[in-house]
Write a protein that binds this ligand. Structure first.
Ligand code: AMP
Ligand code: ZN
Length: 116
């Protein structure tokens, strides 16, 4: 598991690695995914290092709830009121590759179901 010292998203939050930041709150930072899978693809990341959303919810429920409100604000700021896909990949089998909790916010195209 990543620790803050070797965590990519902790480094982005700390400003040590550049990112296209679109929003910041006391508890989260939102930036554009470097490999976008939709016209809008933003990652909303809690400042607290936890490996996934379940761990965040267990460790700091308020931060997990705030993350959802921040997701909504980002989607609205991008011009998508209530029309976006929210994804939390959790674990390697679900294709999680960065083990610092992050919400993928996708918008701007139609999405298929079920997910691949
Ligand atoms: P996941 O596979 O759910 O762990 O998502 C990790 C996401 O981080 C992927 O969509 C990557 O494209 C994205 N990513 C990796 N490195 C960067 C970076 N330096 N800046 C922005 N997004 C990144
Ligand atoms: Zn981290």
């Amino acid at each position: 598991m990543s620790t803050p010292a070797d965590c990519l998203f902790c480094k982005i939050i700390a400003g040590e690695i550049p990112a296209d930041i679109v929003a910041e709150t006391e508890l989260s930072v939102a930036f554009r995914d470097i490999n976008p899978q939709a016209p809008t693809h933003v990652l909303v990341v809690p400042r607290l290092h936890q490996p996934d959303i379940g761990s965040l919810a267990a460790a700091d429920p308020g931060s997990a709830v705030a993350l959802l409100a921040d997701v909504r604000a980002v989607a609205r700021a991008e011009g998508f009121e209530d029309n976006y896909r929210l994804v939390f990949n959790t674990g390697a089998d679900a294709q999680q590759t960065v083990f610092h909790c992050h919400a993928h916010v996708f918008a701007g195209r139609e999405f298929g179901w079920p997910p691949g």
